[in-house]
Write a protein that binds this ligand. Structure first.
Ligand SMILES: Nc1nc2c(ncn2[C@@H]2O[C@H](COP(=O)(O)OP(=O)(O)OP(=O)(O)O)[C@@H](O)[C@H]2O)c(=O)[nH]1
Ligand SMILES: [Mg+2]
Ligand SMILES: [Zn+2]
Length: 276
């Protein structure tokens, strides 16, 4: 059902997908008079680069939907989205879609991804799935039961296909990929909350070129990598940023293999992107 939003409300607190609102009936269409305080907010730095954009509100978990290929798996995207969710104290889960496309020559990439994001190390669950064969979809469905989850990912990773898989009668547009680049064509243009079974809902969102995290302060980035946490107190210097300081326990953990080199490399990239 549609609703109108009072101009004052729109001005004060732009409504976003997932918001709870108080509305009154005025004729045919309800009028939203108030938006309730938000919890569980997923946000990124807006494309303008100067402000943050709320992707969805009142979510219990973020599903980072990626594909093993077509489009190519991107550690940069995944690590940025994980950091953004973690910074807002939101739980995340990685969904590795299009497993049906994985052939013998992709085995190395597959095991590399599974090792990098290994749950024992990072704490993040990872579900390999396929919307074509249905592989892994039951496990994922059980895992999100009772929650409102927001999906984010690159265009063409199969976010809308996954909701359609769970709710085949849903009228949604599924896109094709650019055959040259294997990237999606930004088919979904607005976020939408789709109720699944009782108490479960999925928010489908438009695919992103990049998940910008310019809004996360430089010093906070280290807390957005859960696998660093056990080591942060062990560094020689209290203000260690874990880049080149002597006696850094995080870097030692990278050397011994307790922290993935790829995850650590992304952390260093994110630090270097920020002005001191
Ligand atoms: N082989 C294979 N193709 C898939 C799978 N899931 C989705 N696709 C295909 O991937 C393409 C893009 O799917 P969408 O669901 O539109 O992707 P999206 O992530 O919603 O893309 P945007 O809305 O642009 O962000 C379509 O051609 C789908 O048929 C899968 O598990 N296996
Ligand atoms: Mg879509
Ligand atoms: Zn350190």
């Amino acid at each position: 059902m549609g609703a109108r939003v009072a101009g004052r409300v729109y001005h004060e607190m732009k409504p976003v997908t997932g918001d709870y609102a108080v509305a009154v009936r005025t004729g045919d269409i309800p009028l939203v008079e108030r938006i309730l305080p938000r919890s569980g907010v997923l946000q990124r730095t807006a494309s303008s680069g100067t402000s943050t954009q709320i992707i969805a509100a009142n979510v219990d978990m973020v599903l980072i939907v990626t594909s093993i290929k077509h489009p190519e798996f991107s550690d940069g995207f995944v690590c940025r989205a994980l950091a953004a969710a973690s910074w807002k104290k939101l739980k995340s889960t990685i969904v590795l879609n299009k497993m049906d496309l994985c052939c013998t020559k992709d085995e190395e990439l597959k095991s590399r991804i599974l090792t990098t994001y290994d749950r024992e190390r990072t704490g993040y669950p990872l579900f390999p799935v396929s919307c074509i064969t249905g592989r892994g979809t039951d496990e994922l469905r059980k895992y999100i039961r009772g929650m409102t989850v927001v999906m984010t990912g690159p265009s063409g990773a199969g976010k809308t296909s996954l909701v359609k898989y769970y709710n085949p009668s849903l009228e949604v547009r599924i896109g094709t990929l650019n055959p040259k680049t294997s990237k999606g064509k930004h088919t979904t243009v607005a976020a939408r909350l789709i109720p699944l079974e009782r108490n479960t809902a999925v928010i489908d969102t438009p695919g992103l070129r990049m998940f910008s995290i310019d809004h996360i302060p430089r010093n906070d980035l280290q807390f957005c990598f859960p696998e660093f946490r056990n080591y942060l107190d062990e560094c020689r210097f209290r203000d260690c940023l874990h880049i080149s300081e002597p006696g850094c326990a995080v870097r030692s953990a990278v050397e011994t293999g307790s922290i993935s080199e790829i995850r650590y490399g992304k952390y260093v990239d994110f630090i270097n992107e920020k002005n001191p």
